[in-house]
Design a protein around this ligand. Sequence first.
Ligand code: ZN
Length: 402
Amino acid sequence: MTAHRIRDSAAQVHALDTKAAIDRALRLMAIRGKSCEEGAVVGQITDELLAAGVPKSVIHVDQVHQSSPAGGETGNLIVTLPGTRRAPRRLLMAHLDTVPLCVGCRPVRKGGVVHSADPTTALGADDRSGAAVVLTAILEILRQKLPHPPLTLFWPVQEEIGLYGARFVKLAQLGNPRLCFNWDGGSAGTACIGATGAYDLRVEVQGIASHAGVHPEGGVSAIVVAALAIADLQHNGWHGLIVKGRSSGTSNIGVVAGGEATNVVTPHVALRGEVRSHDPRFRQRLVKEFRTAFEHAAKSLANDAGRTGRVKFTADLKYESFRLSESEPCVQESLRVIRDVGLTPVTRISNGGLDANWLSARGLPTVTLGSGQHDVHTVNETLNLEDYLNGCRIGLRLAVGA
Ligand SMILES: [Zn+2]
């Protein structure tokens, strides 16, 4: 398959119903639905699909929450439509969940921007604006009666807590798409063609309890072991931004929990952290440096009987990194369509994880495009309507292959 063959279709795409597209995004952003609680948003999108004439038989909710370590109330929403013309299947996707900060948001429009009327919440443009782009594409295809290739619409759950919807979806349910497009970003002209990979770290430091006033030398403080390890990592350049020769990455200890009283030498501390790098080998090196630092720290601290603490260290791959070539068909096609709507395409690589990480790692190269979201995961989050509407225009053209 070449990019040239993809261009052969000549469907006539008419102007978008911009009011309907904006109302759709506002409706979706107002729905409560943090990770694991996406049932209401699945319901709303399903209702809009049915009302537009999408047959019930092609709308599925899978059981991905049963394979997800987080559980959850619903699976992924997947729609597989046959084509009205012969062409490779295309997949359009955007995640359904929001971060908890969005719960209770009241989207209001002010000129070209939408924000939450409640100053204590984020907006949820991440990623309901993306979900609205995918929904708008199919609703416009039906409204304008546009010929289209076989299409898969994929709304995964649980992106924000570990990309679980995309990680555990059964690939057979996606209908073997050849070109995959994900909306989860800001500027409509930007195509994200790669992203970093990350490990989740968990460290349990077991010390030895002792009375802190009567017999402190009998104890081994888990807090001190953790502090020594973190100081060692920081001192040797393995914490925060990491640059070693030509290799680079990042790391962070984000959670430290332990201790119950000041008169006890603390016997237990649990830490959580992460390491990231685009380079899988260097990422493993970072994991090893963390493990070694904690093990050395535990060995370096003994009580008066010569006994030391212990460390239990686990590293789980959260997501693998990926980098698409600019000649990859989904990238070529995205850049062409971005130009067609009058924008200058820009490619970029992300230092965060995306559902595209898992789909790309699982053999479905996926480009991630913008839907107008800005300052995500903060109370300053906004939806830029010009970017959102251009995202909708790009989504519609990518869906019909025009
Ligand atoms: Zn997102």
